[in-house]
Design a protein around this ligand. Structure first.
Ligand code: G6P
Length: 519
């Protein structure tokens, strides 16, 4: 099997040296990839119009990371028009505008599916089907039922929107100088790499899968036509990036088992149509400098002052989108056990769940919010007493409030059923200032890196989760500090710059070896 010298195992210090001290990440990227024009391709745009006017940063940790990536790569950005606000602006200004990133701007190009096509792509296939498959969320004895509605949404929504996005990428790439470097993101856009490869044979194409990649057997929940299209769509890439080494292994097994392809386990590569496709793990991270700056900002201090007015002796925190994969209800059931087993904590502990409503146009997500509320009401009614509310549930979006919560937790609960990486765990590890302990699901990508410094739990076991919460509360200060510092060091040394430089080094190595790529 042909081999690319992979630098994905390059130690961080070495990659820092290769960046040369004093040079910016942007300088490093442009010097490393001098002949490429980069295009970031994502479902969401970097900033989106708000219904009440103005713009807001696209939701989710993925967008935050992509802002940095697009900025340092000087990339154009291809997104999908999702909302009426975006459609109205496109009507007025056309499909290409300048849009802000962090300090610089990008050329933003929109694909414009009809609202019906978007709905089928996003609300029927991407979230209720693909997200559920990849987070193992089905109750398989009953779900999913793949009926005509799903087949139609696949063809008229998912396949169609992917085609429109790929057409837009090709159009943009043809207008840029140099060799196109196309960086596609996440499960909404699995078909794009192959479609782009058919039109732009000399392009370097990478797809980064932000969520878990399940086992070959689990993919078989999907009809062959869908799972084959997903796999072959991704195999249009030169490199497929994942969050963990387990995802890489599962991907290689899926290629072998479900598509009968030749796989080289040692090189972590697949041979397809005479081309080599590499699978690599690049755990995503946060921008340490800007997250730290934000954590010390005036707005966060204001929120911290408010928090001091009601802060209990022991503050348990969770910050999540209201997504069934986050396992919010079991988190409350575990807390209920904690109160039942340790009545001495009543009145001295509070669980602050700061939750961001998510995907409320998808029925299963609306029902989940209802279940979360009902569980909180029941536990508060059963255990609450004399002005003490066991759970403080807040639904809303506020980065400052989330930061204040992360600076002050005694226990941070991240008990996802499965999770690609989970940036909340990394943000919490970096900015907590109260010797807090993280209770972390063993099925979260960040577990691979943070494991020695956190309390690991099986997310389905509410007794074990309750015990971990208790252990975190009663842990001695020295051990808390040791863990806290250990977790913080992991994030400091593996920050967003490392996520980017490792990918860029692999792309550079690939570009320098043109013989490896049959056109
Ligand atoms: C996760 C996914 C992203 C997604 C984000 C927000 O992080 O990996 O692709 O953008 O959630 O979800 P939404 O459906 O609101 O874009």
């Amino acid at each position: 099997m042909l081999a690319m010298t992979s630098s994905s195992d390059t130690p961080f210090l070495e990659s820092v040296e290769r960046r040369r001290p004093g040079t910016s990440l942007r300088g490093y990227v442009t010097r490393t990839l001098p002949h490429s024009s980069a295009i970031v391709v994502a479902n969401r745009a970097p900033h989106e119009p708000r219904p009440e006017g103005g713009f807001t940063r696209g939701a989710g940790g993925v967008i935050t990371a992509l802002l940095t990536l697009a900025e340092v790569a000087g990339a154009d950005w291809v997104a999908c028009a999702r909302t009426d606000g975006e459609r109205a602006l496109i009507e007025e200004h056309g499909t290409t505008w300048n849009a802000p990133l962090i300090r610089t701007e990008t050329r933003l190009h929109y694909a414009t599916p009809t609202p019906e096509q978007y709905e089928q792509y996003y609300s029927v296939i991407s979230n209720p089907v693909l997200w559920f498959v990849q987070h193992y969320l089905w109750d398989l004895a009953n779900q999913p039922v793949i009926n005509g509605r799903i087949h139609r949404a696949w063809n008229n929504g998912y396949v169609e929107v992917n085609k429109q996005m790929a057409r837009k990428v090709v159009e943009v790439a043809r207008g840029l100088p140099g060799r196109p470097l196309v960086m596609v993101h996440d499960y909404q856009l699995y078909l794009v790499p192959k479609l782009v490869r058919e039109q732009l044979q000399g392009a370097i194409i990478q797809h980064f899968v932000h969520i878990p990649w399940p086992t070959p057997q689990y993919w078989k929940v999907l009809p062959r036509e869908m799972r084959d299209a997903i796999l072959h769509g991704l195999l249009g890439c030169d490199i497929v990036g994942f969050q963990t080494s387990l995802d890489v292994r599962n991907f290689l097994m899926t290629c072998e088992e479900n598509a009968g392809l030749a796989v080289d386990e040692r090189e972590k590569a697949v041979l397809v149509d005479g081309r080599v496709v590499y699978a690599r793990a690049y755990p995503i991270s946060i921008d340490v400098a800007s997250t730290t700056r934000l954590a010390y900002s005036h707005g966060v201090m204001v929120e911290e002052r408010k928090l001091r007015d009601w802060r209990p002796e022991h503050l348990i925190v969770r910050i999540d989108r209201t997504d069934p994969s986050k396992n919010i209800v079991r988190g409350f059931l575990a807390y209920e056990k904690l109160l039942a087993h340790h009545p001495e904590l009543k009145g001295r502990v509070q669980f602050w769940a700061f939750l961001q409503p998510s995907r409320q146009d998808v029925a299963v997500y609306r029902n989940y919010v209802r279940k979360v509320r009902q569980t909180v009401q029941r536990i508060n009614a059963q255990y609450g007493a004399q002005g003490w509310q066991p759970i403080r549930l807040e639904l809303g979006e506020s980065v400052r409030k989330a930061m204040a919560a992360m600076r002050n937790f005694d226990v941070l609960v991240v008990n996802s059923v499965y999770d690609g990486l989970n940036l909340v765990a990394k943000e919490g590890a970096l900015i907590n200032r109260s010797d807090g302990v993280i209770v972390l699901s063993e099925n979260v990508g960040a577990h691979e890196e943070l494991q020695p410094h956190i309390l690991s739990v099986n997310p389905f076991d509410i007794e074990a989760t309750a015990n971990a919460m208790h252990q975190a509360i009663v842990m001695g200060i020295d051990e808390k500090r040791r863990r806290n510092e250990g977790a913080r060091d992991v994030v400091r040394t593996s920050d967003i710059a490392r996520w980017i430089t490792r990918q860029v080094q692999d792309i550079r190595d690939l570009a320098a070896a043109p013989g490896l790529r049959a056109g």
